[in-house]
Design a binder for this molecule. Structure first.
Ligand SMILES: Cc1cc2nc3c(=O)[nH]c(=O)nc-3n(C[C@H](O)[C@H](O)[C@H](O)COP(=O)(O)OP(=O)(O)OC[C@H]3O[C@@H](n4cnc5c(N)ncnc54)[C@H](O)[C@@H]3O)c2cc1C
Length: 390
């Protein structure tokens, strides 16, 4: 039987960031990750960091490479009716966002954890959580055929949407809210410079598109696609051809194409599980909530949950106060729901919905027209995009 203070399940951004912040506060953790380190590092996901997330990565002592290689973005562009409009985050809010891939964030946090010798068990299989509603919770896992139990004070469920933590909570103690959207995003990663210095969101009659990036030499492009479509239906040439159809002529002229180094389809979903706590088990990140990626909020929400949760653990261990842990669900969920609202709204105004009527289309056009013409509306978008305070 091993012992630690906080057993963390999942070595995604939430688990790794929590582990590092707790380590720096002198709190012992063991992270259990079901996949190998290489597998976790090969996953291509988010890429836009709010200032709050950047600050936390700094606090975790893992920001050196991000500061060197990350791209600071002052604004973004939205294209509609063949015209591009710019939303100037810096002018409207005094804040910016940082483009730095989730894979890189994960690698930096893994390196920081290894440098201080804090334990992570990769390929920890069949993780189960026991006695979470008592003062003596424990976690069990299997590795190389051997079972190990970890006694702990608390369990942090940072194991994503399909993890075991949320599933451990009895049905009567959990309430879930969900919206599944009638489309997905087909994404391509390519080693070519992006077509613009900033992200370009496109609302086109053939569907949504996004021109994003991971660095000055690596671009990420997305197309709205049907839920019944498969990667085999989308050879690279077809992807580029369809993207060109959805872009304005200047963007097409600047688009540099090449062989995809990664291609994937992600369905879009909004999901929240309340109350993010069961006794001494606390959920953080995708384990508790999912947003459609349109507002670039998934990774950032994982970071804000971890900010609340890490401070609450520090309060317990340094001042013997449960106040932070008791109020964690309320504080985290207040921010989660605002990000859910923003991500839903961005999805609503930028995608073509198959069931949409003529009336819906007119409302969407009016919404965008209002946004492009109103500083107040642009400020609302900018304030949410750069991230609400926590
Ligand atoms: C395909 C995809 C594309 C995305 N693209 C974007 C994007 O473009 N923009 C954006 O903002 N967000 C995006 N997201 C969302 C963003 O990546 C997530 O919000 C973010 O990864 C959340 O971090 P997390 O640590 O909570 O969860 P995760 O990153 O999912 O990490 C959870 C970890 O727990 C591990 N785990 C799971 N089950 C167990 C178990 N039983 N035992 C032990 N370990 C377990 C997993 O292997 C994983 O390493 C995307 C998500 C996906 C799935």
């Amino acid at each position: 039987m091993l012992r630690t203070q906080v057993a963390i399940i999942g070595a995604g951004p939430a688990g790794l960031l929590l582990g590092q912040l707790l380590h720096r506060a002198g709190i012992g953790t063991i992270i259990l990750e079901q996949r190998s380190k290489d597998y976790v590092l090969a996953r291509i996901r988010a890429g836009v960091l709010e200032q709050g997330a950047v600050g936390l990565i700094e606090e975790a002592g893992a920001s050196a490479r991000m500061r060197q290689e990350g791209l600071v973005h002052d604004g973004t562009e939205i294209a509609f009716g063949g015209v591009r409009y710019r939303i100037d985050f810096q002018a409207l809010t005094g804040k910016t966002v940082m483009v730095y891939g989730q894979t890189e964030v994960t690698r930096d946090l893994m390196d920081a954890r290894e440098a201080v010798g804090a334990p992570t068990v990769y390929e920890a299989l069949d993780v189960t959580i026991h006695a979470a509603d008592t003062d003596r919770p424990s976690v069990r896992y299997r590795k190389d055929g051997h079972e190990t139990d970890i006694a702990c004070d608390f369990v942090a469920g940072c194991d994503g949407f399909h993890g075991v933590s949320r599933q451990t909570i009895p049905e009567h103690a959990l309430r879930t809210y969900e919206r599944v959207y009638p489309f997905g995003w087909l994404g391509i990663l390519v080693d070519k410079p992006p077509l613009s210095d900033e992200l370009v969101y496109v609302n086109h009659e053939r569907g949504f598109a996004l021109c994003s990036m991971r660095s000055a030499t690596r671009s990420r492009y997305y197309l709205q696609c049907g839920l019944d479509e498969h990667l085999d239906d989308w050879p690279d040439d077809k992807f580029w051809e369809e993207l060109r159809r959805r872009l304005d002529p200047e963007a097409v002229a600047r688009l540099q194409t090449g062989p995809a180094i990664e291609k994937s389809i992600a369905p879009l979903r909004s999901f929240v599980a309340e109350p993010m706590r069961f006794g001494r088990l606390f959920l953080a990140g995708d384990a508790a909530h999912i947003v459609p990626p349109t507002g670039a909020k998934g990774l950032n929400l994982a970071a804000s949950d971890v900010a609340y949760l890490s401070r609450a653990f520090v309060e317990w261990y340094q001042r013997n106060s449960m106040a932070g842990l008791d109020t964690y669900p309320r504080r985290a969920l207040a921010r989660v729901w605002k990000a859910e609202r923003f991500s839903w709204w961005m999805t609503q105004i930028l995608h073509r919905f198959p069931e949409s009527s003529g009336f819906d289309g007119k409302l969407q056009a009016a919404e965008l027209d209002y946004l492009f013409g109103s500083k107040a509306a642009q400020t609302v978008l900018a304030e949410n995009y750069v991230g609400l305070p926590y």
